[in-house]
Design a protein around this ligand. Structure first.
Ligand code: FDA
Length: 421
């Protein structure tokens, strides 16, 4: 049996980062990944440029049944710490909007940096290699390894096992629920998994009028009620809400606004979209009516303004006729009642629609849910049930917003664990 101080399962963002840091502390570290290539998710991230952190990351941008869990790891290894590492490796970077930091050249720069950090810690890497079993060793007290692993390359003994196998998103590049299943088998509760940062879909009959709008994009405010599981106890939380770009697709909605809100959306719940966050349409329509000879469709296009593409403005208006029959697009504005115009304006400032699902793990950037944080130490990411077993990165029930937060969690949780090994 080969022996290591630490075996890290999963050579993705969190696993490689943790392995390098642990190796540099003098520990004998083995990283195992079942995929031939490491860190494929980093490679495809941020449109190939990897949004590797967010300068403004705080615990407030993370979802978890325990909203305080991420606090300690995020405070002990910050976006500025990771940026300093990126700069030490001479990687050129730039800031997009809202604190998001990207590589100038390629996401591969981050992968190469992580591999160099592993080399500096003399980390052993086995890939592709499958882990068939992980079990706490029966006689660990007698100075023997605490864990035994069966792998494609033979049995391995380790004092610590770090599970960094991520979530279920993008199965075609090797995502599995290995970590969650292992955790469950060893007695940990799992917060149910669901695709997050994912496009939302609608009933095809409801969506038919909007299909020709695929590709249309605009800035909106989108909101949905805060799911009960994410609400602080005994306090009714405000709805989750984002002001971001929305993108129409053939099957529904996508774009940053929808990816963000999807992490909070629960089946059968509605989304509320404000198509003109800067304009009170009820007021504008009633003002436009005074002395007007215009048709509703013309006045409507003007009221929505340039921020809303005309194709969307007119399609949306046509779909509302069923709600208020007098609101035919060719009706004269002057003939319409104020209260009908108010209803129309309010309907666009609070467009309420109910998705019928998501595009699933094939399109989800992350997996929400995972190993229940109540089973883990927030300082070391070590299991409270199985000493020496750690869970880091996306396998844990901590999910970041869109914008570099999920990688920051991978780095912060990976470092918190490495320092404790
Ligand atoms: P990660 O998924 O990185 O690594 C898990 C590793 O475990 C993989 O190498 C996998 O092969 C391995 N593994 C799985 N099962 C195994 C098994 N049974 N045995 C052995 N190995 C196994 N985030 C962000 O902050 N900024 C961004 O720009 C993006 N962009 C982005 C784009 C796309 C398309 C996706 C899908 C995701 C993002 N993300 C992102 C999210 C980010 O990629 C993600 O949160 C982190 O990679 C999670 O890091 P982990 O190390 O936890 O898992």
């Amino acid at each position: 049996m080969q022996r290591f101080d630490v075996v890290v399962i999963g050579a993705g963002a969190a696993g490689l980062f943790c392995a390098g840091a642990a190796g540099q502390r003098g520990l004998r570290v083995l990283v195992i990944d079942h995929a031939a290539k490491v860190a494929e998710k980093i490679r495809i991230s941020g449109g190939g440029r990897c949004n590797f952190t967010n300068r403004e990351a705080t615990p407030a941008q993370f979802l978890s049944e325990n909203p305080h869990f991420a606090r300690s790891a995020l405070a002990s290894y910050t976006p500025q710490d990771f940026l300093a590492l990126v700069e030490r490796h001479g990687i050129a970077w730039h800031e997009k909007h809202k604190g998001q930091l990207f590589c100038d050249r390629s996401a591969d720069d981050i992968i190469q940096m992580l591999l160099k950090e592993c080399d500096a810690g003399q980390v052993t890497r086995w890939q592709p290699c499958c882990v068939r079993d992980v079990r706490p060793a029966p006689d660990a007290a007698a100075g023997r390894p605490r864990f035994e692993l069966d792998t494609d390359r033979g049995p391995v003994g380790a004092h610590h096992v770090v599970v960094a196998t991520g979530g279920l998103s993008i199965p075609k590049i090797g995502a599995t629920d290995f970590g969650q299943r292992l955790a469950e088998r060893l007695g940990h509760r799992i917060v149910p998994l669901r695709p997050a940062l994912v496009p939302l879909t609608f009933d095809p009959a409801v969506w038919a009028p909007f299909v020709p709008l695929a590709g249309v994009s605009l800035e909106v405010t989108v909101s949905t009620p805060m799911p009960e599981a994410l609400q602080a106890k005994r306090r009714k939380a405000a709805p989750a809400s984002f002001v971001e770009d929305l993108l129409f697709t053939h099957r529904g909605l996508s774009g940053p606004a929808i990816l963000q809100i999807s992490s909070f959306w629960v089946p059968d719940e509605a989304l509320t979209l404000d198509l003109t966050p800067q304009r009170d349409l009820a007021v504008l329509l009633k003002q436009a009516k005074i002395g007007s000879r215009k048709q509703l469709s013309t006045a409507w296009g003007i009221a929505l303004g340039e921020a809303v593409p005309q194709r969307l403005a007119q399609t949306w208006l046509a779909t509302q006729a069923h709600a208020v029959p007098t609101l035919r697009p060719d009706a004269l504005l002057a003939d319409l009642r104020d209260r009908d115009l108010e209803a129309l304006g309010q309907a666009a400032n609070q467009w309420t629609i109910v998705p019928n699902g998501t595009e699933g793990y094939a399109k989800a950037e992350v997996t929400a849910g995972g190993v229940d944080t109540r089973e883990l130490s927030s300082q070391t990411l070590e299991s409270r049930r199985v000493p020496g077993l750690h869970f880091i990165g996306e396998v844990v029930d901590v999910t970041g917003w869109l914008g570099g937060y999920n990688f920051q969690w991978a780095w912060s949780s990976g470092m918190a664990c490495a320092r404790a090994l």
